[in-house]
Design a protein around this ligand. Sequence first.
Ligand SMILES: [Zn+2]
Length: 585
Amino acid sequence: MSSSISEQMERELMRKLKDPRVRYLDYFSGEFDHVAHLTPDRVAQLHTLQSIDALVGRVWSAIASSPLPDTTALVVVSDHGMNTEEGVYSQGYNLVDWFTSAAGGAHHVITNRHPMTEFKLKGIDPFVSEVITPSQESAYLAGESGQYPTVVLDLDGNERASIGLRNNTLNLLQILLEQLTRKRLPGNVRRAAIDAFFEILGRERPAWTRNVAALEEELRALRARIEMQQKRAGAEPSQWTREQRDLGLDKDARRQANRLEAWKAEDRAYSDYASTISRLLALDPSDFDPGKFKIEEVIPRRSLGEPNSIHALQNYVVGPGPDGLLVAANGNLDMEKSFRTLDYFSAIGALSVRNNVQKAVSPHPVDFIAVPVKDGIWLRGSEDRQALVFTRHNAAGRLELRYMPVSHLKQDAAGELHYDCPDWSAGFPLELLEDPLLDVPPAEREAWLGEWHEELDWLRAVYRTKYSNGIIGLAEELLSDPAPSPYLERKRRLRRADLLVFASDHWNFNVRGFNPGGNHGSLLRVSTHSVLLISGGKDTGIPRGLRVATPYDSLSFVPTILALMGKPEPALPGPVIAELLATGH
Ligand SMILES: [Zn+2]
């Protein structure tokens, strides 16, 4: 069965090639990706490449005998490379197990796939979008995994993981409420805990009040759109003619109907969140009785809340202290001793395995962590080896970057960053200074890396290095221009993970079933380097036998194809591959 879908796709592709009205066709093969994930064996991988090669040959022959051979181009592109090496097994590190353990904070964890799929029948269901793995060691949320998962993991990057942790203040407030409602606290502890609760809430109150008000305004606009969309859906015909179907109108209507359902679901979930936070903000110290309400009425369920600051992640509350809540000499709650905290940067950076079974693979699964900071990105390899990548836009509106080695970065409660500026040496994140393939003369490197350069200059200088165009890829991933509306900007901000963790060479986080053959998703050149081959009929103007030496990244793909089709879209990001359009056009 496994090859039946690709065989059917090929048959359809060949049939459509004969139809001169069809101007664009594509075919996706995950075959090499699949095999190379499974095994580093050279013969098995070669066999797959040969079968893809044969497919390309069949398509090329079909184009030659199609009605439009002279104006048709065949384009072969891969979306990434593959970190696979004969004799080396890619090792998996299970971040789900770590986060559910006491050492990792004893969180209930949400993933978008079943962990260890290969070993359970549930894993066969392909339509899963959310799986909760409960912690058996939860410090204050035991048995509440369905209501209060506190970590969201996206491990589909394989060689990278996106990690979202629940807002630290929600943890603090929930622990205090939990202690106040479920424990018989002595009078002075109880008073101190209530004071602490309102002091913490008071600190967040201005920002959270503004935020809920803005969200409610955005939701009113969303509801207006829902109403319009509903009218539009009501006006659609219930039967479609053949002609309408050929134009794709029935599919368009289905898309619009799905969009309507998605908007309604968003409205429900965000409204729920807004009213829960509003009830929390409305709690009044003069009339406060934790027995009068349920925790889920004031602490939003199934929500991470607002994103965490670096300060919060460096002082992240994972449970009450070993002796519960304690009162300091001045009568206030002792905030140090009353809670157990973790610094997630050092904890994740320090992960290691005891059984080091392969010489080529280090015992440390994590290479570095990346997080956005004001006007840049912080890269953390270890306490001593860190970097800040600063960004700005120049007069022409183009992004510029510069790199600075730092160490011991901390953020204080007010949001200020504090760090040391060590001398340059080898071993800082992205390993640019020492890379033999960095296209900057060794004597000029320290100065060059610290100066502002445009993205394209960075691409030319770094594309052959160990981490390839990682520095601009990180800026692309972690920083972006504001979205066209406050609501879209909010969704984008909420989707952004707290921590982006990159795996060390030959490590992966694919907890679905650790791909032993190889992986991709890191910034390593072997994982990011991709293939682009274009061959066109004689009227396409595509040069023959030309090897393009200029580096381009995948943002150039779509603008180039559109330009070749005579439908240029200059507003798209990424330059057109000029060499392909040099003749003709
Ligand atoms: Zn893959």
